[in-house]
Design a protein around this ligand. Structure first.
Ligand SMILES: Cc1cc2nc3c(=O)[nH]c(=O)nc-3n(C[C@H](O)[C@H](O)[C@H](O)COP(=O)(O)OP(=O)(O)OC[C@H]3O[C@@H](n4cnc5c(N)ncnc54)[C@H](O)[C@@H]3O)c2cc1C
Length: 383
């Protein structure tokens, strides 16, 4: 531990899965004292709204316009999950619902078949095992699938976790740790003589999801946005998402199934059906017509879901960047680090993000891959 002092303390702003995982890595695994600030209930932002898919191939292998190394980052993130899930389950004494069963990406039409061909081509190029399957082969694996499913891929890279259980487990471990303090409210950031200061702390991690740019700094009695200290934060956009869960009755899928923007994620006794992607929208309450349309999309994939009772519907906000990849690591402002903008992969990337940030803060270093995700990168905006 070379960076700050013999006994550093780090202030983390935002207690979503990104801030909580960073606190877990720093405090629980590396013994560093942290303070976690949140202006709302910890863990109830996008991290609660998510579906829990850990899906490097589907999300990043062939997405147009995304950061050219996003797939590599997502693969590295997925590789950490089995150990992270075991460790967290053991320390918390609770389940986190990690399931390494391969996901199915299926096509009902020619357009989707092309998209899956593109994913398969990247996997083949990288030498990653996957299976191209006919509709009948897919139905043999997942009998709940509709007769309309024409073909698909079994993706051994893509699996799932129960994101809400994971957040609860992180909170349980962190709340029990003498190294961690939770503060309800904004972090009292100050600018003193041009220096960004959080009193009593050696470094600051900005991890407030889609609201990271709105973190405030006091200077001469006035409040200013943190964007003035890290202009890249201005590029974080919000992408609203709505979804629902239905009761898992006969005819519910046992594996994650995806077709284009629609997905089904079995989670305990329910099936999550998601999700909309609504740029520039912060949605407080799910809209009944949108939820009904999603439910019908879900039933097109697995007809057994058509009459399943709805258990819950909800909305959340994904934090996105122009290349749909997160900002990770040090900024140009001394002592200020960032971990935000994870878009559709925040659950997947949480353990890796925590590792990268802890390495960066405590040892002053980032690996070659992490170095491609700093706020100073040049990016090609995603389509
Ligand atoms: C509908 C939907 C489905 C998704 N599905 C998946 C999926 O299947 N797999 C996947 O990997 N990802 C998925 N995601 C994306 C994932 O949820 C996000 O990328 C991830 O949760 C972001 O985590 P976070 O900690 O950055 O943000 P959040 O969980 O939103 O946490 C940010 C925290 O910061 C706090 N905060 C805000 N402003 C301040 C401030 N000024 N001071 C202090 N605290 C502040 C908030 O109260 C909040 O608690 C999904 C997202 C949505 C919306």
């Amino acid at each position: 531990m070379t960076l700050f002092s013999a006994s550093p303390r780090i202030g983390i702003i935002g207690a979503g899965i990104i801030g909580l995982s960073a606190a877990y890595e720093l405090a629980i695994r590396r013994g560093v004292r942290v303070t976690l600030y949140d202006v709302r209930t910890p863990g109830r932002g996008a991290s609660w709204a998510a579906a829990g898919m850990l899906a490097p191939a589907f999300e990043a292998a062939a997405e147009p316009g995304v950061h050219p190394r996003l797939f590599d980052l997502c693969l590295a993130g997925a590789a950490l999950w089995p150990e992270f899930a075991d460790d967290l389950a053991a320390r918390s004494g609770t389940r986190v619902g990690f399931d390494a069963a391969p996901s199915l990406a299926v096509a009902l039409d020619a357009g989707e078949m092309c998209r899956l061909d593109a994913i398969a081509a990247v996997l083949a190029w990288k030498g990653i095992a996957h299976a191209n399957l006919s509709g009948d082969q897919l139905r043999a694996l997942e009998p709940a699938l509709s007769r309309a499913v024409r073909s698909g891929l079994e993706l051994s890279t893509d699996f799932r976790v129960h994101n809400r259980q994971t957040v609860e487990a992180l909170l349980k471990v962190l709340r029990a740790s003498p190294k961690v303090e939770f503060v309800s409210g904004p972090a009292p950031l100050k600018s003193i003589g041009g220096k960004l200061v959080l009193e009593g702390h050696n470094a600051i991690l900005a991890a407030a999801g889609w609201e990271t740019a709105t973190i405030k700094v006091e200077e001469n009695g006035e409040l200013y946005s943190l964007v003035n200290w890290e202009t890249a934060l201005d590029d974080i956009e919000c992408f609203g998402g709505q979804m629902l869960s239905v009761k898992a009755l006969d005819g519910a899928p046992a594996r994650v199934v995806r077709a284009g923007p629609v997905y089904l994620v079995p989670r305990g006794g329910e099936v999550v059906i998601g999700a909309t992607v609504e740029p520039d929208r912060v949605i407080e309450t799910p809209e009944p017509d949108v939820i009904e349309a999603l439910r019908q999309d879900g039933a097109r994939l697995c007809p057994g879901l058509a009459d399943a009772p709805i258990l819950e519907s909800w909305a959340g906000v994904r934090p996105g960047t122009p290349d749909h990849a997160p900002f990770l690591g040090a900024t140009a402002t001394p002592g200020l680090f960032v971990a935000a903008g994870h878009y559709r992969n925040g659950i997947l990337l949480a353990p890796l993000t925590a590792h990268i940030l802890a390495d960066c803060m405590l040892e002053h270093g980032t690996g070659e891959l992490a170095g491609a995700f700093t706020t100073r990168r040049a990016y090609c905006p995603a389509a």
